[in-house]
Each structure stands twice: as C-alpha cells, then as structure tokens.
Write a protein that binds this ligand. Sequence first.
Ligand code: HGY
Ligand code: MN
Ligand code: MN
Length: 415
Amino acid sequence: MALTSNLQIDGDRLWESLEEMAKIGPGIAGGSNRQTLTDADGEGRALFQRWCGAAGLSMGLDTMGNMFARREGTDPDALPVYVGSHLDTQPTGGKYDGVLGVLAGLEVMRTLNDLGIRTRHPIVAVNWTNEEGARFAPAMLASGVFAGVHEEDWAKARKDASGKLFGDELKRIGWEGEEPVGRRKMHAFFEYHIEQGPILEDEGIDIGVVTHGQGLYWLEVTLTGKESHTGSTPMHKRRNAGLGMARVIELVHEVAMDHQPDAVGTVGHMDVHPNSRNIIAGRTTFTIDIRSPDKETLDSMRERIEDGIDTIAEALDIDVTVDEVGHFDPVTFDGACVSAIREAADRLGYTHRDIVSGAGHDACWINRVAPTAMIFCPCVDGLSHNEAEAITKEWAKAGADVLFHAVVETAGIVG
Ligand code: HGY
Ligand code: MN
Ligand code: MN
C-alpha cells in the first residue's frame, strides 16, 4: 500500500483534542498555564495517557517523567520512529506550543488505527518533560538528559523560584518512571510545532520544513551593589545594581542589533532586591537569552556581552557573577528526515519553504542521538509565549497530515 494524498488525519478530532487538553491548566486570558510538574501538568499527562490507552498504545515512563506511547510494528526488532513534543507550557503560554506536536503524534496513531495500516517499524508518541524551562531552568531539560547533555542528578536538583526541587516535584505528581532515561534507541524523531514566528503566515505558506535550529546561550547574571536611601544618598556615592541591570539590558539589545537580520538578544527574567521604591537596588539577578543560527556570531555575541558587563560593573563599583544556565550550538537537522517532510508536503499539495527555527525545541537535543527533523505550521501574527497564541484548524491539520506521511513513510507501510 502506498501513501497517497487522500490518506489524511482527522482534523476535527485533532482540534477537539487540543481544545480538551487546553481545559487543563487554563491561563487567565484564554491561553494555558500548565507549568511543568504542577498538578495541572499531572492532569494533562493523565489525559494523554487515557487517550493513548484508548488508542491501544502501551505507555513507557522514564526516570525523568518522559512519556512514550508505543504502537507496535510488524518487526518488533526494528527501531521505532518517534514523534512528539511537550505538554508543559509557559506561565502565560498558548494552547498550541508543544501540545500540538504531542497530540498530532497521537493523531497519527489514531489515523493508522482507523485506516488499519500496519507499519514495519513501531511508532512511539512522546511527551518530553519540562521543555519550557520556565519553572525549572534550563529549557529542554528532560530531552537534554535523554540525549546525554545533562546529568540526571543535576537536572533533578534544579530549583524553582520557591526552592522546590525538580526531582521532588516529579515524585509528588506521581510521574517518575522506573525506566532508566536515555536507553531507548530511535530510528528517527519528528517534532511538529507552531512556528512561533511570523514568516509562514506573512508569506502565506502552509508548511515550514525546518532544516536548522539556531543556537542559544542563557546566562544568569547577578549584580551586587549596596542598598541605601534613594533620597539621601548622593549620586556619586551610589553602588546601584538596578542601574547596572538597565545598562546590561541595553548592551544585550545593541549587540543583537549589530547582527541582524537573524540574531536576537533579550533579558526576560529579572529579580530586583529589595525592590522597594525608596531603596537603591542592592542586588539584581537576571537572565540573558541570546541566539543566532551562526555559531561564530553566537560566541562573539557572548564574549562582547561578558566584556561589556565587566566594564559596566567597574564603572558603577558593583560586583558581578555570570553563570551559563543553558546552551546549545546551532543545529542542522537530518537530510533524509527533512526530505521526507518536503516530499510529504509536495504529495499532499501543501505549499512549503525551508526555515530555521528561532525557538529551541526538544528536537534540538534529540538530533544528537537520532536522525531528527521538524515541521512548522504558521501561527497568527507569529505570536507565541503569549496567551493570545492562535492557529487555525486548517493550519493544524496540514502540518499533522505532513507529519503523518513523513512518519509512516519512514516507518514503512506493511499493509
Ligand atoms: O526557549 C525556547 O526557545 C523554547 O520555547 N523553550
Ligand atoms: Mn515549544
Ligand atoms: Mn515554548
């Protein structure tokens, strides 16, 4: 049996599943707040598990809470084709970031069941724990442990803002598995995700064929000056950590602007101590997020920013520490997997273009241990990490059709 363009997923069922999942951990403005290892995350996992059980899939769970829902192939010795993303969201996240890729993976299985198609390779739908890195930094934490980038103990010792440990929270919600993390071998991994940027929508294109992912550094900076009275401390006698942070934020922006059109630089997480309106900030802690598709550019941006921070600290007589809390080099995805996606889009008659991922994804780590590629669908105004994140049912379906064809083609139809 050959894959023909009429073999497509059930777009209504996928959409209903997205809407159903979005009811768990709702945001306050119509999006999602299903942060990793919260009770809401646990509920979302349970719903995914129920759906997988109803589709006849067997569920594996590893010691980092990664979920693996398996559909048997005709050749049990053949390495499975994996397909998935993440169910956790930002605190003010959208309903589709990550979730679309997990539920589209389930939809691939449901469609195979409907069509009675058997594949040679087994197929496994995945939910990676803590992709967002919002509650426990860094992002893509559990896929990073799976790919051997992070030690499991280090990951489980990561703390959230209230001092809770990742490992304790994973146990608390009851989703710590027995399976040692990282043992699974993959024939290939496909991740379907919203673009989280404006290119596909602006160009009126259905499918992003993701050939590369840009590299990233997350640097956590702490500036320490001296708290003192805002009214009675003369300007020349201040050690103002707040002013230091403001100058670093400007520096990060300037360095990114010097490497347009691709590089980006942001300070998104900021803590000010004691954060009182009439006390000069004695300490500021903030995260610098810089990204570029080019490794040399990325490294030179980091160097220029760290040198600049030292100059700012000296000028303001404040102390500084800089810790790297996240990093991966720019990623080149697997040629054969990328071609399978391109051919699927062509077969189905969807418009497509090659694209570099601006955001980080679990696929960026899994690409180290298996042939990997990604599919993007457009999102409204390119907006993401915002509760107003939106896609259309048609966009969701088109990408899931391409995912279905790419995965099934790679898994080999037996009949
Ligand atoms: O930060 C990222 O790029 C991803 O959304 N976690
Ligand atoms: Mn995501
Ligand atoms: Mn995200």
